[in-house]
Ligand binder design. Structure first.
Ligand code: ADE
Ligand code: ZN
Length: 318
């Protein structure tokens, strides 16, 4: 499925780092990554909490704007390999300068240069500045300030990832209000580990998209509400199966949500962590649910409509 032109709205920049890339940086910096990789060299984790720890440990070798520029270059090249013509990347000022605005500007300058270069080569991208839920609301405010102060150009969205079980989405309302006032598109991870109540809380933030949102399937009234309001789900089936949210692809609710009229898109989340790629996700959707070219065209048009980019870019992508 590499030939189908794709849009990917849910891709964590550090989570897209190949193990070899992280090992290479660790060797350059003589960093100790004990426990991050298994004996085959894959990222090693048993459950979501370990996944988050390994993710943060791997990310700790990315120490400079130049490291992030190199990472973005390799991730966007892989997007191109997968037929992705437009990607939105979750990027965290927390990891890029510890939430300090001046430092974040330096990281952003280095990444924007790469994004501009890759756009000219057919892979367009935007950044969704992302707070990390388990770091708490106070650090979330700093992230929102970084997002609001650098909104426009490459930064066009604001989101929240991390441990969904920590507090309520509405604890972060100040940050979302600041991001909205700065003109950023809004999304929030919810309904990955949390149930329908967690999705309803995220909707209170005024988001147009939900990261995952798959557990809405347990609440028919919520499914109807999502469909009626045109809320778009950034669904990452391979991620959900790899992390054990669902036992296998056949149990995954993406097709049922879509059949119920909910707008769904398809993304990889953190591809090397879950041994997936965009082409692999499409192959599995074709195998398990019988989706074909017309289905994928519809999914990609949904993605373009929901993208956090300007209308001229959307027109070009369509
Ligand atoms: N950060 C990276 N991947 C994530 C996921 N699947 N859920 C929440 N936060 C994340
Ligand atoms: Zn995610």
């Amino acid at each position: 499925m590499k030939d189908i032109k794709k849009t990917e709205l849910h891709l964590h920049l550090e989570g897209a780092a190949m193990p070899a890339f992280i090992r290479g940086l660790a060797a350059e910096k003589r960093a100790d990554l004990t426990g991050v990789f298994d004996e085959r060299g894959h990222y090693a984790y048993k459950d979501f909490n370990e996944f988050l720890s390994v993710y943060e440990a791997a990310t700790s070798v990315l120490k400079t704007p130049q490291d992030y520029a190199r990472l973005l270059q390799s991730v966007l090249e892989e997007c191109g390999e997968q037929g992705v013509i437009y990607a939105e990347l979750f990027v965290s000022p927390e990891f890029c300068g510890g939430g300090d605005l001046a430092a974040w500007r330096d990281y952003l300058a280095a990444m924007t240069e790469v994004a501009d270069k890759m756009r000219a080569q057919g892979v367009d991208s935007r950044a969704i500045v992302t707070l990390i839920r388990h770091f708490g609301a106070e650090r979330g405010r700093k992230t929102a300030i970084c997002a609001a102060e650098t909104a426009g150009n490459w930064v066009t969205g604001f989101g929240m990832g991390g441990a969904e079980a920590m507090g309520k989405a509405t604890d972060f309302a100040w940050s979302y209000d600041a991001a909205r006032e700065a003109g950023l598109g809004l999304t929030c991870h919810a309904g990955e580990w949390g149930g329908p109540a967690s999705i309803r809380e995220a909707l209170e933030l005024g988001v147009s998209r939900i990261g995952h949102g798959v557990q809405a399937i347990d609440d028919p009234a919520l499914v109807d509400d999502l469909a009626e309001r045109g809320i778009v789900l950034e669904v990452c089936p391979g991620s959900n199966v790899a992390l054990g949210v669902y036992p296998d692809w056949a149990s995954h609710p993406i097709a049922r949500l879509r059949d119920a009229g909910v707008k769904v898109t398809v993304s990889t989340d953190d591809p090397p962590f879950f041994h997936t790629t965009m082409s692999h996700e499409y192959d599995r959707l074709a195998d398990v649910f019988g989706w074909g070219e017309a289905d994928f065209d519809e999914i990609n048009l949904t993605g373009i409509d929901a993208a956090f980019c300007d209308e001229a870019t959307k027109a070009r992508l369509r």
